[in-house]
Design a protein around this ligand. Structure first.
Ligand SMILES: [Mg+2]
Ligand SMILES: [Zn+2]
Length: 250
């Protein structure tokens, strides 16, 4: 396939649409209105990559590193990983608590010593990656909105989790979290699908052939809203038990 990707700079921030360069095809870019709203102080130039079809239609658009440093999406991925991968990628989206690590009933994982991997989860993620699918975590973390933990606490938990996975040769492609309280009406807390939309901006995703696996109905509702297949873990069911079904069907 001919490489039609173009790199250019755009301005992001302040809730306005990014300022577009004079690339004609960009005027029709559907992804732009959903770019995150950043504080005034964070308006800046970002590099983006545009992938166009032969007729100049936008196939995909993504921002390069550090594009989403707004509060809500601080742990968004740090790379346009699909670059060099022209075809849409299948993804297994995973909820975190109750799927990857032991859920603390009535509490939040505030530090890594409270984070316990569920049995078989590392092998499960390995299997997904071996089948060529991306792994993206989509997690509600309202402990931040409640003031029980901070964004830094969460970032530290995820850094250590990723480091432990790396020791096992496993990588996670991205982690998206919602820090908001349930009643605040944000667009990112599951069962809303805002975090999926974010992932769709950052990666070139074949959403119809992707999966959301969670242990609660709101995970499933969010996945369905985003347009992917879903799998609800039954009580006590482990990811490793579900993954064969999911990756074979994918
Ligand atoms: Mg859960
Ligand atoms: Zn949110």
């Amino acid at each position: 396939m001919e490489d039609r990707r173009t790199e250019c700079s755009i301005l992001v921030g302040a809730g306005s649409k990014p300022t577009l360069p004079t690339l004609p095809a960009l005027s029709a870019l559907p992804a732009l209105p959903t770019l995150p709203t950043l504080p005034e102080s964070e308006i800046r130039s970002q590099t983006c990559v545009i992938d166009t079809t032969e007729t100049g239609q936008i196939r995909h658009f993504s921002l390069l590193p550090d594009s989403y440093s707004g509060q809500t999406h601080r742990s968004a991925p740090t790379q346009g990983r699909h670059i060099g991968l022209p075809l849409p990628q299948r993804v297994v989206f995973l909820d975190r608590d109750g799927v990857i690590n032991k859920k603390l009933e009535g509490d939040y994982v505030k530090s890594y010593d409270e984070f316990i991997f569920l049995p078989g989860v590392i092998d499960a993620i390995k299997k997904i990656k071996q089948k060529g699918l991306l792994v993206i975590i989509i997690t509600n973390q309202s402990g931040i909105g409640r003031g029980i933990m901070t964004e830094d606490d969460l970032a530290s938990v995820h850094e250590q989790m990723l480091a432990d996975l790396k020791k096992e040769g496993v990588t996670i492609d991205a982690i998206y979290h919602c820090p908001h309280l349930p009643d605040i009406g944000c667009d990112c807390r599951k069962p809303k699908d805002g975090l999926f939309k974010q992932a769709l901006l950052d990666f070139n995703i074949d959403i119809k052939n992707s999966w959301m696996i969670g242990d609660e109905q709101k995970d499933i509702d969010a996945g369905k809203k985003a347009g992917c297949k879903t799998y609800l873990l039954s009580k006590g069911e482990l990811l490793i038990e579900a993954i064969e079904l999911v990756t074979i069907q994918a």
